[in-house]
Structure formats: C-alpha cells, structure tokens
Design a binder for this molecule. Structure first.
Ligand code: SAH
Length: 229
C-alpha cells in the first residue's frame, strides 16, 4: 500500500496545488502516494454548517470547534489508524528533516489545517494530535504548512527521486548545510569553477565539499554546527 496523506481543511480547493506538479505530482500520478483531502465543513453544525465560534473568555477572532474537528477526524480515519496525526500550529515543535524521514518511513500522515485563531484546545489531546510548526512566523492557515510537510515527506519515498539522487547529501541530512554547486559554463562573468571540482580526483572533491559544508554551516547556522559535534 502506498503512503497516504489525509488533509482536513476548510479550503480543499487549495489541494493538490503545488503538490500536483513536478516531483510530488509525478509521484502522485504514479501512485507512489495518495492524497485524501477532506472538507471539515461537512461536519459543521446546523443549517449553516457552522465550524467555529467566538473564543471563551473573549478576544478577537474565531476558534474551530472541538466537536466539529473531532467528527471530521473520526470520519477520515479507520479504527486503530496507524498514521501519525499532526495539527499545523505555530506553537508546535519545529518540523525538521529528521521528522520528514521518520514520517516517510511510516504508512502516511493525517494533517489538520487550522484557520482563524486556531482550534479548541480540547480536541488536541482527545484525538492524539501532535502540534507541528513550520517556522517562527504566522500564516493565515495550516494549508501551506500541510503542503510543506507532505512535500518534504513525499520526495523521500522510495522511487520518487531518481536512484542516483537519494537525498543523502542534502542540507540537514548530516547535520550540515550543503556544499556549493556549479555547472557549465566553466567560466562565467569572470568566475571560474573551483579547480578541484574539475580535477577528477574524487577523494579531493569529497574533502573539498565536506570542508565547504562545514564552513557554510559554521557561518550561517552555528546552532546546527555545534549540535553535530
Ligand atoms: N492565533 C494563533 C495563530 C493562528 S494562524 C497563534 O497565535 O498561535 C491560523 C492557523 O494557521 C493555525 O491554526 C495553524 O493551523 C496555521 N499556521 C499559521 N502559522 C503556522 C506555522 N508557522 N506553522 C504551522 N501552522 C501554522
């Protein structure tokens, strides 16, 4: 069975969106993963299918109702569904490449996209949701974060990237940012490709790339660099 993503959203028209093109889109067409997008509003309350209400205690904005979200989650999952359940949330643990690797080796993921001020706190523990953030800024909804998480996972699924590009050399995979790349032409606007890359000496090339990756990581992300030591 292929890797399965279920997305719960108030804006299903946003999907597949960018996930339907290029690497992830080709993989979707080839059946290497599947995308099941559910409209939360189908579980809304009453004639107007209400999904949100004003925050208890007052304050601006609206909060997604726990009962509505729980019904949407229950309808989208089978009993003992083994897939991790994520709630996109700026309060969550920052999503990393290691998380993507872990998710990609599992059966798939269920992602709840928040909107407005967020979701009623009670549904988070009651439905076993893990809050995940894609960075320290506020977006208007969880849909783009859900796409970010799905894209990061899908490109790691077996068969999605070419055999030669396993992704093992990429930024974050070894606790380092990636070394610089060059391609033709050999000289461009007075800048030459570093000689070592044209030397044919694979050992020297590997050493140069490692040193450059370390230099760039130390300069730009000292937090990663010390964490890798
Ligand atoms: N009031 C909330 C922000 C709500 S933004 C707060 O201060 O924390 C509306 C929704 O967008 C959130 O419920 C979440 O699902 C999504 N979202 C916004 N920024 C995000 C981020 N950095 N990472 C993940 N999800 C995010």
């Amino acid at each position: 069975m292929s890797w399965r993503a279920t997305i719960l959203t108030l804006y299903p028209d946003m999907f597949p969106g960018p996930l339907g093109t290029s690497l992830s889109g080709d993989a979707l067409a080839r059946g290497l993963w599947s995308l099941d997008v559910r409209q939360i509003r189908e579980h809304g309350i009453g004639r107007h299918a209400k999904v949100d209400d004003t925050p208890a205690g007052g304050g601006p904005g609206m909060v997604l109702r726990a009962d509505v979200l729980a019904a949407a989650i229950d309808a989208a999952t089978v009993t003992n569904d083994p897939r991790p359940r994520l709630l996109m949330s700026p309060r969550g643990r920052p999503f990393t490449q290691a998380d993507a690797r872990l998710l990609a080796t599992g059966p798939g993921v269920l992602i709840v996209c928040g909107r407005f001020e967020g979701v009623d706190e009670r549904v988070i523990a009651a439905r076993g949701l893990t809050e995940v953030s894609i960075g320290d800024y506020i977006l208007s909804g969880g849909e783009i974060p859900a796409m970010v998480v799905a894209d990061a996972c899908v490109r790691l699924l077996p068969g999605v990237m070419g055999a030669e590009a396993s992704g093992e050399d990429e930024s974050f995979e070894k606790g380092l940012l990636e070394y610089p790349h060059y391609t033709r032409p050999r000289e461009w606007e007075g800048q030459a490709i570093p000689d070592v890359l044209l030397s044919g000496d694979h050992g020297a090339i590997a050493r140069w790339r490692r040193a450059e990756a370390e230099r760039i990581t130390r300069e730009r992300r000292p937090d990663l660099f010390t964490a890798g030591e």
